[in-house]
Write a protein that binds this ligand. Structure first.
Ligand code: ZN
Length: 557
């Protein structure tokens, strides 16, 4: 019997319930019943996560629904209590001198993660965490509130997206002017929310004994096998090896599109014939995706059938639906859920294959012994998603039409390369922001502007005054809601490009390595998972250089 999304539910937790669970678990551990306590705790965490995933999903599905909003606020207010409980249990387990026994029971990597986790929380910051969640929610709502009059329609930000790659230059310009106009009109609010978030996070870091938010941000990301120095060197690799190639790609685009000068609004039109679009609407894509997965891998195909039949997808754009795409999961049911806002562009295909990669990994990892392994740390998790975007290349004609498949692949590969400089820019910006928590909003814009010239030297905003003064970052929700997450996409992209290169030579072996990697979930740290899948760590010399060279050859640049 297939699990149906309509049947997914989880008991609504309460503060009292969490407190009594904590007392029970502590008593069990004290009495030496560690195995039983671990099992009970894991089950409780799966139930809690199923509930909170459902609450956040429902809010995203309709940000104007007052009940969904109230539930989200309740979840935000309860989260610090749940975190406090988890921290206490982890501390108690770690206090036991029998560390080997604990590693044997829970897994050595889980114990290492917990050692990191216990350093990111103290009861004195519970109120701050609640405030942090509220500020991010107000950012999400502000974005979702966009009602932009364009082309005789009232559009939200996702709905405006297709015009960015319109063949008519004037339309592209006007669409960007309309989008940036929304940010400019709300400039004070975007600045205020971020300013408060930065100061709040800095304050939390000080309370926890850190000199700034950055080291705390890394521990929140559960990074146990690399540090800010490794990341800085990686950004340098991108600047050295990728920025010059992307500069050549952008210049080739200018020539191909017959432009005297390439402005910001010209960048998104990758292909002079017009960017490839999906070969049909939502129903077409959902239907043809099955044939695509059938042609790639039987396990993936069976899994997609479960997702489709069970209704574990919400992919259509609607008014007041929150933007973006994500994959969430209900661990008590062993099923994930994918969310997107299809708007008729090639982006629909990317977001779909991307989130399906996350979903497949999560599903493959559902029976791993601890919930800590259900999702890997995010730089590893993004390998599953970003690699699937490449591994679907041979069958992508199902979604874009066979005649357009080659053009789509070329566009996607270009998009993947162009993403790297932007991705490290977002990361570099955040490092500077948290190193200077007292900077004014204007100074933050200046930081972005300066870094943008290093990583995106071709960028010219023309008459779009607001992004030209360094405000483009306000459209990047990770900067507000998921500090230091963004570099993970670029690290994973380096690994996904390796899968692409390998799949060209050894399609069967690379798909097998991919499926195996998905099954490992988060049971090991990043560089260990990468090595196990036969990939080179992005931090190792030459990892990026090699794939960039192969991509440049493929593109004839
Ligand atoms: Zn992702």
């Amino acid at each position: 019997m297939t699990v149906q999304f309509a049947d997914v539910s989880a008991p609504r937790p309460t503060r009292d319930g969490l407190a009594s669970l904590g007392a029970e678990l502590q008593a069990q551990i004290d009495q030496g019943e560690r195995t039983a306590a671990l099992a009970k705790w894991d089950q409780a965490r799966r139930s809690y996560e199923s509930w909170s995933s459902l609450v956040y999903l429902r809010f995203a599905q309709d940000t104007a629904d007052e009940h969904a909003k109230a539930e989200r606020e309740y979840a935000d207010s309860l989260a610090p209590a749940a975190l406090a409980l988890d921290t206490e249990i982890k501390q108690q387990l770690l206090a036991d001198p029998d560390r080997t026994g604990l590693e044997h029971l829970a897994g050595a990597h889980a114990v290492r993660l917990w050692q990191t986790d216990v350093t990111i929380f103290h009861p004195s910051i519970a109120g701050d965490l609640e405030q942090e969640a509220k500020l991010y929610a107000s950012y999400t709502e502000l974005l979702a509130s966009a009602k932009i009059e364009f082309d005789g329609k009232t559009l939200n930000l996702a709905g405006l997206g297709p015009y960015n790659e319109d063949l008519r230059r004037e339309t592209r310009h006007d669409a960007q002017a309309a989008r940036r106009g929304f940010f400019e009109q709300n400039a004070r609010e975007f600045d205020r929310i971020y300013d408060e978030l930065v100061k709040l996070r800095h304050g939390i870091a000080l309370k926890l004994g850190d000199p700034s938010f950055t080291p705390l941000g890394y521990r929140r990301m559960r990074r146990v096998d690399y540090d800010a120095g490794d990341v800085a060197r990686y950004r340098q690799q991108v600047a050295t090896h990728v920025v010059p190639l992307v500069a050549r790609i952008v210049e080739a685009r200018r020539v191909a599109n017959g432009l005297v000068h390439l402005y910001f609004w010209d960048e998104a039109l990758i292909d002079p014939q017009g960017n490839v679009k999906p070969a049909g609407g939502y129903e077409y894509l959902v239907d043809h995706a099955q044939t695509m997965f059938d042609g790639i891998n039987p396990e993936l195909a069976d899994f997609y059938r479960l997702m489709k039949v069970g209704g574990f997808m919400d992919l259509k754009n609607r008014p007041s639906k929150a933007g973006g795409g994500f994959c969430t999961s209900f661990p008590s049911f062993g099923m994930p859920f994918i969310y997107a806002n299809f708007n008729g562009t090639h982006g629909d295909i990317n977001v779909f294959t991307h989130e399906m990669g996350h979903a497949f990994q999560n599903y493959k990892s559902r029976d791993l012994p601890v919930i800590d392994y259900l999702w890997p740390t995010s730089e590893s998790a993004e390998i599953h998603s970003m690699s699937l975007e490449f591994l679907t290349y041979p069958q992508i004609g199902e979604l874009v039409g066979d005649a357009e498949a080659a053009r789509f692949r070329r566009m996607h590969l270009i998009g993947a390369l162009e993403f790297l400089p932007y991705g490290v820019l977002v990361d570099h910006f955040q490092h500077e922001v948290y190193a200077n928590p007292e900077a004014t909003p204007a100074e933050r814009h200046a930081i972005w502007q300066r870094l943008e010239r290093i990583y995106l030297p071709w960028r010219d905003y023309g008459d779009l005054a607001y992004p030209a003064k360094g405000a483009r970052w306000q459209a990047q929700l990770h900067i507000y809601g998921m500090p230091f997450y963004y570099i993970d996409y670029t690290l994973a992209q380096c690994c996904a490009l390796q899968f692409w290169a390998r799949a060209r030579r050894e399609p069967v072996a690379s798909m097998k390595a991919y499926v195996t990697l998905c099954g490992l979930g988060g049971s090991a740290p990043f560089q260990e998972l990468v090595k196990g899948a036969g990939l080179i760590s992005p931090f190792a010399a030459g990892a990026l250089e090699d794939v960039v060279r192969e991509a440049a050859m493929e593109l004839g640049l």
